[in-house]
Design a protein around this ligand. Structure first.
Ligand code: NAD
Length: 288
């Protein structure tokens, strides 16, 4: 029988636990969100993140910059937040407008405030087998969800579809860290069906509605659908949920799957950065 992985319920449980822990802190953790331009999806994501922060007792500020903001202006803004002792966590909402160099922006965020774990320092720690200050939220949440449901990872064949910086690549590293045997597939992968049909676990992060249908599935795999696509006003994933559900052992829905867990991980990372900063202050007096 197929188990529908309850991402929403799991996220609420994490939030509840965080709210309790934050209540006992001497001050509130503080998250700064930087958004450039007026991309409607980004505006909704930022709003949802702010609301979630409020629910668990995290303070948040949003810095809104116009679409035509220069690289230098954005970098200056990040530097102000890096130096601001009251800020624990910095998030730059992606995607950025095309004229802005994304890598230099991610490099500019202080690694000890990098709540998304996308800075080269944190990704480098992950790559080298050390523990980063923060782990990227979506892959971190997926591993937590799989463990929450006691889904074994060691020795399993995992296929990650999509090689983005924010999901696919760190996801592959985290699954490898759990001793899964990982294949990282992408837009140039040949014969994807042959690969997915041998998988025990499939994580799909592409952004194409219903890319994965029953022709990709064999042997009751676990399916994690990261995709968020808007089709005729409705949110849908990368997986044809109704078409494949009965061919899987576990599957996440969209919505109410990975989306809420990603937000819960953002809150958890903010809380962890706050604690990390408290330790640095106890030792050195300030964060510098
Ligand atoms: P991206 O657009 O940066 O990259 C997409 C990847 O898919 C690329 O690596 C590309 O090679 C691969 N790809 C494209 N077409 C393919 C095909 N036909 N077969 C195999 N691979 C193919 O993607 P992203 O930023 O990782 O986002 C992917 C999806 O996940 C989007 O729908 C996004 O909205 C969603 N997302 C959801 C969450 C969440 O919290 N649920 C978080 C991040 C991203």
């Amino acid at each position: 029988m197929t188990v529908i992985l309850d991402g929403k319920g799991f996220a609420l449980k994490i939030e509840e636990e965080l709210r309790e822990k934050i209540l006992s802190l001497p001050s509130k953790p503080k998250l700064a969100v930087v958004i450039v331009g007026d991309n409607p999806a980004s505006q909704i994501y930022v709003k949802n993140k702010q609301l979630a922060a409020k629910r668990v007792g995290i303070d948040s500020i949003t810095i809104e910059l116009p679409k035509d903001t220069s690289d230098i202006n954005l970098l200056n803004q990040i530097e102000i937040l890096n130096r601001d002792e009251t800020i624990d966590a910095i998030l730059v909402q992606l995607p950025l407008p095309d004229h802005i160099n994304k890598s230099s922006v991610l490099q500019a965020i202080s690694p000890i405030k990098d709540v998304d774990g996308f800075s080269p320092y944190n990704l480098g720690l992950l790559f080298s087998g050390s523990e980063p200050v923060s782990l990227p939220c979506t892959p971190k949440g997926i591993i937590k969800l799989l463990k929450h449901y006691n889904i074994p990872l060691e020795g399993r064949n995992a296929v990650v579809i999509g090689r983005s910086l924010i999901v696919g690549k760190p996801m592959a590293l985290l699954l490898q860290r759990e001793n899964a045997t990982v294949t990282l597939a992408h837009s140039k992968t040949q014969n994807l069906r042959d690969i997915t049909k041998k998988a025990d676990i499939i994580v799909c992060a592409v952004g194409k509605p219903h890319l994965i249908d029953s022709s990709y599935i064999s042997g009751n795999p676990v399916i994690i659908d990261v995709g968020i696509n808007r089709v005729e006003g409705k949110i849908t994933g990368d997986v044809d949920f109704d078409g494949v559900k009965d061919m899987t052992s576990y599957i996440t829905p969209v919505p109410k799957g990975i989306g809420p867990i990603t937000i819960a991980m953002l809150l958890e990372n903010t809380y962890e950065l706050y604690n990390f900063h408290q330790k640095i202050r106890a030792q050195y007096g300030d964060l510098r």
